[in-house]
Design a binder for this molecule. Structure first.
Ligand code: WTA
Length: 656
C-alpha cells in the first residue's frame, strides 16, 4: 500500500476541558490503569469485567475458550439472560433503584410522544415475551423484526432475548425482496411488523412488504405479529397474522427469563459483504452485552441524569448496541425518534434535543453534513445548552463537518467521540474517551482498553512508520466479536481471518496511524460501499440491476458525494441497443426505481451510464479500478492497451 505523501489530516488537537475531565467516569489515571491491566493479561481483564458488570444466573469458570480458534468463545459455561441484565437489574426487586426512571422517551414523527420508565418497560417486555411464548416461540427460534423506530421495536428485541429466541432485525427501508432473502436464510419462524411507520410525512408500508415476501417464499414462517401504528389498511391472513394488541391481551406482566448459555446467539444481523448474498452476522449473549455496556459507560460517560440520543435505526448495528442493549444495560435514559431528520424542517433534531433535554447526542456524519448545509440559523434557534457530549459513527467524518458539529452544535464545549466499529465487532473499538483523549477532527484516535488494534502490511507485519497505510486488524479476540456467519462458518473464516493465516481479525478497512499513534480510517478495501453510512455491497446492487429483463451486465462502483459520503455509480450494458439522449435518461430513471424496489431506497444509484460492454482483463475480470477512476473523474493510470475495444473508455466517460 502506498505511502500517504501529502497527509492532509488535521493536526489541531482538542483536549477535554478540566471541568469535563474532573467529572468524567474514566479519568486519565483510570485509563492508564485499565490499559495496564489489559496489557498484562487481556483475558483476565475481560474476565474481571464480565464478573463485575453482568448479573449471572450461574457464573462461568472459563473466560476464553480458544480451542476452536478463530471461532472464539467467551465465558462459555456461564448462564444468564440479556433482558434481565438490561431491565430487571435496575428494579428495586433486584437491588436497583430505577423503577421510576425513564428508560425510553419516544417521539413520533407527527409529534406524539410516550415515556416508558424502567418499571413500565420491563412490564411491557414481559407481557410481549409471554405473548411470544403463547404463539409457540421456543428458545433458539429465529424471529425477524421489521418495525419502524417505535418503542415496540426495542420491546420486541428485548422480549426475544428474554425467552432465548434469536432476533434478526431487518431495516424498514429494505424492500420485500431483501426481507425475503433474510427471512429465508435464517429459517425464520415468526415476523414481527407494523401496518406502517411515519417517514417524511408518508406511511412506510411495512406489512405490505411482509405479505409480498411471504407470498414468494419464506415457508418456515408460521406467525406474523402486526403492530398498529399508522392505522392504514392491511390484509390480515387468518391463522397466520395476529395483531400485537390481541397477542398481548391477558398476558401477565411478569415473565421468568429463559436462562441461556453465554454463547447463546442473541441475534443475527445481516450485513453486506463482497458477494451478492448478505451475511448473517451472529452475536453471542454475554460477550456482546459486556462490550455493549462497557463501551456505553466508557465512551458516553453516562451519569444518572443523562438523556442519551443515538439517532440510529434499530435496523443497523448501532441501533442494537447503542439503542437497545448498551444504554439499557447501563441504566440510561434513551431517546427514540421515529421519523426523518428534516421533517417538518431541518430543525427537527435540534428541537428534539431542546425539548427532551438531550445531554449526549450520537449520529452519523451524513446527517451532520446534511444539516450543516442548511445553515447555522436552524440550530441557533434552539437551546442546545444541555448537550455535553457529541458522537459520530459509521463513516469517516471530514474535518469541516467535525468543526461545524463542534462549534455550532457543541458550542466548542462538548467533546466529540468519533467511534470506529462494525456490525461484526459488536461494539466500538477505536474511540476517544471523552474525559481523557485529546481529539483530532477526522480521527477515531485510539483503541479502547482491552482492544488490541494495529495496521499491518501485505505480509501481516506491523506498519511502524507514521502515516503509512495498511490493513486495519484486531490482534486479540474480544468478547463482542461476531461468532460466525449464520450457516456458513467457512465464509466467516475466509472473510475475516484467512488473509493472515487466522492470526488477526481483518476488518476490511485500510487505515494509517499518525506520529501520535492516532488511527485515521481511510475506507473499505473491499467492494463494500458506505452510502449515507449504510453498508451495501457492489455485488448486491449489481444483481439487483441484472434482475431487470433488459439488463445484460452491470458494474457498480462508488464516487465521493458531498453529503452521503459515497454514492453509487453504475455502468450498465443492455441486451440490444445502447440507449442515448432522452431514451437513456428515461430508462436510467426506470432502472433507478427498479433497483430501489429490488433492494430498498437506500440502494438507488445516483449515476447510471450505459455502455456497449464493460472493460475486462484477459481473464474476464471487470476492471473496477478503471471504472472507479472514470466515475471519480480521476486520471486513468491503468494499462488499457489490452482492452478489446479501447474506444469503450470514451463511451464510459460519457463522451461516446
Ligand atoms: C466504516 C457501523 C470511519 C468502516 C458501526 C467500517 C467508519 C464500516 C467509522 C462498518 C468511523 C464505521 N470512521 N469509518 N468512525 N465507523 N466506519 O457494519 O468502513 O455498518 O468497516 O457498522 O463502517 O459498517 P457497519
Amino acid at each position: 500500500m502506498s505511502n500517504i505523501e501529502s497527509v492532509l489530516h488535521e493536526n489541531r488537537k482538542f483536549p477535554p476541558s478540566t471541568a469535563f475531565t474532573a467529572a468524567a467516569r474514566i479519568k486519565p489515571a483510570d485509563f492508564v490503569a485499565l490499559n495496564a491491566e489489559a496489557t498484562r493479561d487481556s483475558v483476565a481483564f475481560w474476565g474481571r469485567l464480565a464478573r463485575e458488570e453482568l448479573r449471572w444466573h450461574r457464573p462461568f469458570s472459563q473466560i476464553l475458550d480458544d480451542s476452536r480458534a478463530p471461532n472464539y468463545r467467551w465465558f462459555t459455561d456461564g448462564v444468564l439472560n440479556a433482558s434481565f441484565n438490561c431491565l430487571d437489574v435496575h428494579l428495586a426487586a433486584h437491588g436497583g433503584a430505577r423503577d421510576g426512571k425513564p428508560a425510553i422517551i419516544f417521539e413520533g414523527e407527527a409529534g406524539d410522544s410516550r415515556t416508558l420508565t424502567y418499571g413500565q418497560l420491563t412490564a411491557e417486555v414481559c407481557q410481549f415475551a409471554n405473548a411470544l411464548r403463547a404463539q409457540g416461540i421456543q428458545p433458539g427460534d429465529r424471529v425477524v423484526i421489521y418495525l419502524p423506530m417505535v418503542p415496540e421495536a426495542v420491546i420486541a428485541m428485548q422480549a426475544c432475548a428474554r425467552i432465548g429466541a434469536t432476533h434478526s432485525v431487518v431495516f424498514g427501508g429494505f424492500s420485500a425482496n431483501s426481507l425475503r432473502d433474510r427471512i429465508e436464510d435464517a429459517g425464520t419462524r415468526m415476523v414481527i411488523t407494523a401496518d406502517g411507520g411515519w417517514r417524511a410525512g408518508k406511511a412506510l408500508e411495512l406489512k405490505q412488504a411482509v405479505d409480498e415476501a411471504l407470498a414468494t417464499g419464506c415457508k418456515t414462517v408460521e406467525k406474523v405479529i402486526v403492530l398498529k401504528r399508522t392505522g392504514g389498511a392491511v390484509l390480515m391472513q387468518a391463522g397466520r397474522d395476529v395483531w400485537w394488541s390481541d397477542a398481548v391481551r391477558g398476558q401477565a406482566t411478569g415473565c421468568e427469563p429463559t436462562w441461556v448459555n453465554a454463547e447463546h446467539p442473541l441475534y443475527l444481523l445481516y450485513t453486506s459483504g463482497s458477494t451478492g448474498k448478505p451475511k448473517g452476522v451472529q452475536h453471542s449473549t454475554a460477550g456482546y452485552l459486556l462490550n455493549a455496556k462497557l463501551t456505553s459507560q466508557w465512551i458516553f460517560d453516562f451519569r444518572e441524569d443523562d438523556v442519551f440520543w443515538c439517532t440510529a435505526d434499530v435496523g443497523w448495528v448501532t441501533g442494537h448496541t447503542y439503542v437497545c442493549y448498551g444504554p439499557l444495560a447501563a441504566g440510561a435514559t434513551i431517546v427514540m425518534y421515529e421519523g426523518a431528520p428534516v421533517y417538518p424542517d431541518g430543525g427537527r433534531f435540534w428541537s428534539i434535543c431542546e425539548r427532551l433535554g438531550v445531554t449526549i447526542f450520537y449520529t452519523a456524519p451524513t446527517a451532520i453534513r446534511a444539516l450543516m448545509r442548511l445553515g447555522d440559523e436552524l440550530p441557533n434557534k434552539y437551546d442546545l445548552s444541555k448537550l455535553r457530549l457529541l458522537g459520530t459513527v459509521g463513516e469517516p467524518i471530514n474535518p469541516e463537518a467535525w468543526i461545524w458539529y463542534h462549534t455550532v452544535i457543541g458550542k466548542s464545549r462538548c467533546p466529540i467521540v468519533d467511534t470506529w466499529w462494525q456490525t461484526e465487532t459488536g461494539a466500538a473499538m477505536l474511540s476517544p474517551l471523552p474525559g481523557v483523549t485529546a481529539t483530532k477532527p477526522g480521527s477515531c484516535t485510539t483503541a479502547i482498553p482491552g482492544i488490541d488494534m494495529a495496521i499491518v502490511d501485505e505480509d501481516g507485519d506491523p506498519v511502524t512508520d507514521p502515516d503509512q497505510g495498511g490493513w486495519l486488524v484486531v490482534r486479540k479476540p474480544w468478547p463482542s466479536m461476531l461468532r460466525t456467519i449464520w450457516g456458513d462458518n467457512d465464509r466467516y473464516v475466509s472473510t475475516y481471518w484467512a488473509k493472515f493465516n487466522n492470526r488477526y481479525y481483518v476488518a476490511g478497512d485500510t487505515a494509517y496511524r499518525d506520529a501520535d499513534g492516532y488511527f485515521w480510517v481511510m475506507g473499505r478495501a473491499d467492494d463494500v460501499l458506505k452510502v449515507s453510512g449504510h453498508r451495501l455491497g457492489t455485488a448486491e446492487v449489481e444483481s439487483a440491476f441484472v434482475a431487470h429483463p433488459r439488463v445484460a451486465e452491470a458494474a457498480v462502483v462508488s464516487r465521493h458525494h458531498e453529503i452521503k459520503g459515497e454514492s453509487i455509480f453504475a455502468y450498465v450494458v443492455l441486451k440490444g441497443q445502447r440507449p442515448t439522449g432522452k431514451d437513456a435518461e428515461k430508462f436510467a430513471a426506470e432502472l433507478r426505481e427498479f433497483v430501489g424496489k429490488e433492494l430498498g431506497a437506500i440502494a438507488k444509484p445516483d449515476d447510471i451510464r450505459f455502455a456497449d460492454n464493460l472493460p475486462k482483463t484477459r481473464s474476464g475480470k471487470i476492471m473496477r479500478r478503471l471504472l472507479r477512476a472514470i466515475a471519480r473523474g480521476e486520471p486513468i493510470t491503468q494499462d488499457i492497451s489490452t482492452l478489446e475495444n479501447p474506444a469503450i473508455v470514451e463511451q464510459l466517460r460519457g463522451a461516446g
